[in-house]
Design a protein around this ligand. Structure first.
Ligand code: SAH
Ligand code: SF4
Ligand code: F3S
Length: 445
């Protein structure tokens, strides 16, 4: 039985920003194929679940999501599972969820149009190849963006093999996209109205290539080149590994005006014994040295991190070392997770898995401390005058929400300002998750 080509689509992305980016590129590709994006909340003929495999909860969610796509009359859309669960579980997915028509990995989604045709013929379409030819060259050019901010993936994959993590298996080996492809994409985004670009990679600061003159370039070189593009106001990058924070990249934080004072640098744990078992290849002290260097060139930098509590054999003393590193750094923002054993990773079969109740209790103590520091960071910006890039309307009439250089959400009464504008505000109040600003009145000349 053949099925009609889908006319409308919906791409739903979970997980990290790189998945969000992939979701946007899939949507642009489906639009180039003549399909239209379904209205928010409306049913679509084709649904892509762009999944995340990082923790068990995230990975299991996809199966309940698939079930929910059945309509009341018993019909369902064409369904594709993309992203990291697709890569990790492959052919197992249609065995567990018979409604799935397509399984496509993160390095193969440029081949979606062919997979859709196959699904129309009633065949199961599976593609989890990691082709030598990168997908990027086969994707349509970027189209005009709805928002003034955009992600741009410059690096993919990971060679670090932290013992808890699935990413090296789901995303493959580290690759850096070529210089010119990145510059072309950045220019297309800027032409389409983008004023802030966030460079993405699983280890974005491991990005390195030869430039057009044959010189070896690291991420700082790319940032300096983007800094020279007219129309671009702000540059950010994420996520970084402590071992790839080169002196050149640190120096860029003190010198490149468009590079925003924000650094997401995960440490995961504060105990050297646990860091070693995690195969992080840095110590608590070497991590703190990197942050010291960054703070020396950019004293106002907002620091952010990721933490895992309850890694196998983590003792109370190890956990106390994590709390201590948090007290030493005083993060502006952080993500913290309970350790989740992942199939195929070395840590999953380690002895002394930490009981759930202890993990819960440690996570709560850690988050209380992180939340307190986040609030303190926000409160310390009250009274400052700063620039916002306005990103979206607020809930109140006339209200707009923008981001500060330190990635805080700031609410302001717009008074004629528009989304995409850069405006000067005085920060007047701060809560744990957002701040309020007042539009700065320009003094008469
Ligand atoms: N490449 C980045 C991000 C990797 S995934 C990095 O190295 O920092 C994002 C975060 O998820 C990690 O930083 C880690 O804190 C968390 N994470 C990864 N695997 C996990 C697991 N098995 N259980 C709990 N958290 C995990
Ligand atoms: Fe995972 Fe470690 Fe690679 Fe980050 S550096 S993606 S945590 S293996
Ligand atoms: Fe998740 Fe894959 Fe990103 S596992 S965090 S979507 S790289």
């Amino acid at each position: 039985m053949t099925r009609e080509k889908p006319k409308t689509f919906h791409v739903k992305s979970f997980g990290c920003q790189m998945n969000v980016y992939d979701g946007e590129r899939m949507a642009e590709m489906l639009a180039a194929e003549g399909m239209t994006a379904a209205e928010e909340g409306a049913e679509a003929d084709f649904v892509v679940l762009n999944t995340c495999h990082i923790r068990e909860k995230a990975a299991e969610k996809v199966y309940s999501d698939i079930g929910r796509l059945r309509r009341e009359d018993g019909t369902r859309p064409m369904i594709a599972v993309a992203g990291c669960v697709a890569q990790a579980e492959g052919a197992e997915i249609p065995r567990r969820a018979r409604d799935v028509d397509i399984v496509v990995g993160p390095q193969a989604y440029h081949r979606l149009p062919g997979l859709i045709e196959k699904a129309q013929q009633g065949e199961m379409a599976l593609d989890t190849d990691m082709p030598a030819q990168s997908k990027f060259g086969a994707l349509p050019d970027r189209t005009a963006q709805k928002r003034p901010t955009a992600f741009l993936t410059v690096q993919e994959g990971c060679d670090k093999f932290c013992t808890y993590c699935v990413v090296p298996y789901t995303r493959g080996a580290e690759i850096s996209r070529p210089w010119q492809a990145i510059m072309d994409e950045a220019k297309a985004l800027i032409d389409g109205g983008v004023r802030e670009i966030t460079l993405l990679g699983q280890n974005v600061n491991a990005w390195s290539v030869e430039d057009c003159k044959g010189h070896s370039q690291g991420l700082d070189g790319l940032i300096r080149a983007l800094d020279r593009l007219p129309g671009l106001e702000r540059i950010r990058y994420t996520t970084s590994h402590p071992n790839d924070m080169t002196d050149g990249l640190i120096a860029a934080h003190g010198e490149v005006e468009k590079l925003m004072p924000y650094l997401h640098l995960p440490v995961q744990a504060g105990s050297d014994r646990i860091l070693k078992a995690m195969n992080r290849s840095h110590s608590a002290a070497s991590y703190l040295t990197v942050l010291d260097k960054v703070r020396r060139v950019r004293p106002d930098i907002a620091l952010s991190g990721d933490f895992i509590v309850g890694f196998p054999a983590e003792t109370e003393e190890d956990f106390e070392a994590t709390l201590q590193i948090v007290r030493d750094v005083r993060y502006a923002h952080a993500f913290s997770f309970k350790y989740s054993p992942r199939p195929g990773t070395p840590a999953a079969t380690m002895e002394e898995q930490v009981p759930a109740a202890i993990m819960d209790e440690r996570l709560q103590r850690l988050q209380t401390l992180l939340n307190q520091h986040q609030l303190e960071f926000n409160q310390a910006t009250v009274g400052r005058t700063t620039t916002l890039l306005l990103e979206r309307p607020g809930r109140l009439p006339g209200q707009l929400v923008g981001k500060s250089p330190w990635l805080q959400s700031v609410h302001v009464q717009g008074e004629g300002a528009a989304i995409g504008d850069m405006i000067e505000v005085d920060i007047v109040s701060a809560g744990p998750n957002s701040l309020h600003g007042e539009l700065k009145k320009r003094k008469a000349a």
